[in-house]
Design a protein around this ligand. Sequence first.
Ligand code: ARG
Length: 467
Amino acid sequence: MAQDKADSGKMWGGRFREGTARAVEEFTCSVHFDSRLYRQDIRGSRAHARMLARQGLISEADRDAILNGLDEIEAEIDAGRFEFKRELEDIHMNIEKALSDRIGAAGARLHTARSRNDQVALDLRLYLRDECDRFDRLLKGLQTALVRLARANLGLVMPGYTHLQRAQPVLVSHHLLAYYEKFGRDRERIADCRKRTNVMPLGSAAMAGTGLPIDRESVARELGFAAVSRNSMDSVSDRDFAAEFLFCCALVQTHLSRLSEELVLWASEEFGFVDIADAFCTGSSIMPQKKNPDIPEIVRGKSGRVYGNLVSLLTTLKGLPLTYNRDLQEDKEPVFDSVDTVSACLAITTDLLANLKFNRERLEAAVRGGGFMTATDLADYLVTRGVPFRKAHEITGQVVARCLDRGIGLAEIGLEELKGFAPEIGEDVFERLSIEGSVASRTSFGGTGNVRVEEMLKLAEKELGIG
Ligand code: ARG
């Protein structure tokens, strides 16, 4: 049966009598996405070559030829002049073949005591370690935008919601700082993920280690790793660090999506709490009056693929026997996609917040517009007058019902009428029933009281180094 056979010239061609079918080459190829790891691959190879020379496994002349060759290849790839060959499968073999073509036998010595199995694990760890650092900077930038917005709007009151029903008045800054906390935890989680990523797998070779006298510690030191992996079989099969990173991405995206949802609501005519700058909105091709909050909508919409990437990798891993299996090649695209998607969402949301305006009049109207948001304050007031909370809750409910009947707000009911519900009530109740009084009174640690929020804002500014 005639088959379409590709050229031989494979790095692993020795035991094969026939060339690879073209369709198989196409199917197994990963260089169109893993070429993205070329810097990490070359960095790892440099450290490996230096170690081989230190250990007397290659000569110093060979090492120098390898280092020079790798420099040239890196410069070519940087400049977009390198020709990636699909028949060479992946980034590792593309670089190694180019090196051998260039420097001959010395190039063929680079792969001593190394396998693509530990090599690819190394590359991905180097890559994600850098991404952890970049994500930390992006998240910090977003936190900074939130804190600046909270500072600029300090004192402004808005309705706080539960069940998307008006619940209690809060400071806009308190609401914004809630997201500061969420993104702060994301930074901690990524820092933690970085610790488990920062372990050096090279030297595990194919999966059992090597009999050649390598020095893994010195490679780890050169590449800035905190530790050397302890089990060669684990090292070439482990992608936990990548799954963790994808989980971190999924949770960052969840937080971005919740913030986006609020921005979409707040920008609607119904709420009217914010105005998103024109430069950050788009129009409608048919309805001339429209100004749509497409950025937060798209950020919210991207959540699907970011969660999908996490599930994709977990599913790839779940049935794999130890150790390396080619399935693991499927780890990279979800990682790259989440890196690109979430970092773009972080950056654009940061810009959007820097251009966001709160609408004072609409917030004022929303806060004053009934909803009995200070009802809890009346109940709390009764508690300070010795009424048990459950009883105070019931009395307040009756007062609310009366107000509803009369079509008035809580602060408009007269003192005598209030005394009819509970004789404990005095003139001083009205400052507690005002919106400002209610907000200011919530001074429990972590509450929305103005003094507390100012403290927290200062703390956040100190943490960010902007205070
Ligand atoms: N392209 C492969 C991957 O991404 C590299 C390792 C291949 N190893 C092997 N024995 N075929 O996982």
